[in-house]
Design a protein around this ligand. Structure first.
Ligand code: GLC
Length: 426
């Protein structure tokens, strides 16, 4: 049998096993949520791969040394979309193979609505009082907690402090600084504009900068076809058309944009906090000690980030839920949260770390106050069980508008229609 035939057979067998598992398990999520709450034993933790370093693996090794009969096996996927699709397959099959899953905050509503996540209520609770309340909100669905916030994420504006005396507070001020970029033959501004989840983040932030959003607070009524959304998306469309966002910016995800900034090709960069330690330490970075961070620009004043991050949840079909919950609490402990902050620039969910004098005075963490400010004024991407369809509509239409293939008005009308179609499945 050749390689592709073997692969096809393996895929067919996996699909069959998942189907058989699905048929064999009569439980609904509701029934499964009452089972195995005190179960202990080995667990598997799945998440999207962590490109930023080895600290997460060390954290798991340390747990495994302390809990030899309840070890954690880590399984990583290369990106959040791949992880999402794999998880959905496993959930549908009521598979108990994954115990803990690291979910992008935007996926909680979808998983919870399907009852695929073990709720933290009744005999199975979790103390959220030490956590930033914004992060707890990302883990709730219809008033119930379905996940344990692990790491949060806020967009920051990185700027070249050696070239700009005062960082911009508004888009207008930022664009006015683009002359400095031209003088130095560098690009002015980049974020993440490739067609994927990061583009939804950047577009949602531009719309929030103009005071808008894609969904009203009822979670179902679209508000994409509005003057505020038009103003917000136009910021990106115009900046790309005018060359203030460099042409190659349309291909950037987080990593490509970080590399461009580190190579001295950008005056301004929108990215998450993990860039801060890397841009100050990477061998190839020419901007070490030459950049600062501030909050994202708005239209009439400071802007707002959309909150990112990872919430860890327990698969409702897991049979080792007591171990899973202890492991989640361990990941929220001051020791682990501190280590991931210091070694990987990950944004903690533990509120106390943002006021810890030893961290606030650490020059390597010079962005901590700005980060806290960004988190406390953050907005959310649409919170809806139909998020996959909503985000696809936003990223595909915004991408076409930024590239100049579709007018801003038409893109927003199409987003509005797609959100309406997705959310009226309820
Ligand atoms: C980061 C954020 C996540 C977001 C993703 C987009 O990983 O934590 O919430 O969806 O970036 O690329």
């Amino acid at each position: 049998m050749n390689v592709s035939a073997r692969r096809a057979l393996a895929a067919a067998l996996t699909a069959l096993m998942l189907t058989v598992a699905g048929c064999a398990a009569p439980d609904s999520g509701l029934q499964a949520a009452r089972r195995h709450l005190t179960g202990r034993g080995p667990i598997t933790f799945v998440e999207a791969s962590d490109e930023s370093g080895t600290a997460s693996k060390q954290v798991i090794d340390a747990w495994n040394k302390l809990h030899p009969d309840q070890p954690v096996t880590l399984k990583q996927f290369s990106d959040v979309n791949e992880l999402h699709d794999n998880l959905v397959q496993h959930f549908k099959a009521k598979d108990s193979g994954y115990d803990v899953l690291g979910a992008d905050v935007v996926t909680i509503a979808e998983y919870a609505a399907h009852r695929w996540l073990q709720p933290f209520d009744g005999a199975y609770t979790m103390d959220t009082s030490p956590l930033l309340k914004q992060t707890v909100a990302t883990a709730e669905y219809r008033g119930t907690l379905y996940a344990a916030p692990f790491m949060t994420d806020a967009g920051l504006l990185y700027y070249r402090k050696d070239l700009i005396p005062r960082p911009p507070r508004t888009w207008q001020e930022l664009l006015a600084d683009c002359g400095v970029a031209r003088e130095h033959h560098m690009g002015c501004y980049a974020g993440q504009f490739a067609k994927y989840e990061g583009l939804t983040v950047n577009v949602a932030e531009a719309v929030a900068a103009a005071g808008g959003g894609f969904l009203k607070s009822d979670g179902t009524t679209p508000s994409a076809d509005t003057p505020a959304a038009r103003k917000g998306l136009s910021l990106l469309v115009d900046a790309y058309r005018d060359g203030d966002i460099p042409k190659e910016g349309i291909t950037y995800e987080e990593e490509e944009s970080r590399q461009a900034f580190e190579a001295g090709k950008l005056l301004f960069l929108r990215n998450w906090s993990y860039v801060y330690p890397l841009a100050n330490s990477d061998g190839g970075s020419v901007v070490k000690g030459r950049f600062g961070v501030t909050t994202l620009p708005g239209v009439d004043g400071p802007g707002r980030t959309t909150l990112g991050g990872q919430d860890n949840a327990v698969n409702v079909y897991s049979v080792h839920k007591a171990t899973a919950r202890d492991f989640l609490a361990y990941l929220q402990s001051p020791k682990v949260q501190r280590k991931l902050l210091i070694e990987e620039g990950q944004s903690p969910v533990l509120a106390s770390l943002y006021h810890d004098p030893s961290l606030l005075h650490d020059p390597a963490l010079g962005y901590l106050r700005t980060l806290e400010q960004s988190i406390t004024t953050a907005t959310e991407r649409p919170m809806t069980p139909f998020y996959p369809a909503v985000t696809q509509a936003i990223s595909e239409n915004a991408y076409a508008a930024i590239k100049g293939d579709k007018s801003t008005d038409k893109a927003l009308r199409d987003i509005q229609a797609a959100i309406l179609a997705a959310t009226s499945q309820q």
